[in-house]
Design a protein around this ligand. Structure first.
Ligand code: MN
Length: 217
């Protein structure tokens, strides 16, 4: 591992979380070189930058989530991008894809009509999002929905709970798919989506959301 990356991993306050799998694990859908550059340059770069921005400031003692809720500008952008990338890596799994089971599957059918309809909405929203940003499956007090956010923005800011996300920045797919974002998103959805992660996030959200807790009684 490059010395520069090791120094980011060892940084005082905000650390670069390890990837949950090897850099080749998502092939052929997302290539090793894409993962290496995305993790070691882009994701690590946000960690390095945030540490530089907050060193010696009161923010250095805050959690990433509280910083995201209370900051703006460069601190918000770098903190949110760290959160988004941690979430993105875990939204994928080498044995991902297929469809979720049990309660989440029922909730998807209830909210979207069918799993196929969720897939259509996910792909349409991702293809239709202009420029850089993120594509999300979220839960909120009325159920599940697909949404996109620009640049570093994220559902946490709007009281929504992220279940899954796909990175829409070109660095996430350009080496593998060039300008064809739709093909990247199809490969992501069909082969990489980590439904166990989504299920766990949804369960946590249901426990933590008063409306959902009341509804489930
Ligand atoms: Mn990215």
């Amino acid at each position: 591992m490059a010395r520069e990356l090791l120094s980011v991993l060892a940084m005082e306050h905000f650390a670069l979380k390890p990837l949950p799998y090897g850099q080749r694990a998502l092939e052929p859908h997302v290539g090793r070189k894409t993962v290496a550059l995305h993790y070691e340059k882009h994701h690590a770069g946000y960690v390095k930058k945030l540490n530089e921005l907050v060193t010696g400031k009161p923010e250095a003692t805050e959690s990433l989530e509280s910083m995201i809720r209370s900051s703006e500008g460069a601190i918000f952008n770098n903190a949110a991008q760290i959160w988004n990338h941690d979430f993105y890596w875990r939204s994928m799994h080498p044995d991902g894809g297929g469809a979720p089971e049990g309660a989440l599957n029922e909730a998807i059918v209830g909210n979207f009509g069918s799993f196929e309809r969720l897939r259509d909405e996910f792909l349409e929203a991702g293809a239709g999002h202009f420029g850089s940003g993120w594509l999300w499956l979220v839960s909120h007090r009325d159920g599940l929905r697909i949404t996109t956010t620009p640049d570093a923005d994220l559902p946490l800011r709007y009281g929504e709970n992220a279940l899954l996300c796909a990175d829409l920045w070109e660095h996430a797919y350009y080496l593998d798919y060039h300008n064809e974002r739709a093909r990247y998103l199809e490969a992501f959805f069909d082969h990489l989506t980590n439904w166990e992660f989504a299920q766990a996030n949804w369960s946590n959200a249901a426990v933590n959301t008063p409306m959902l807790r009341r509804a489930s009684r």
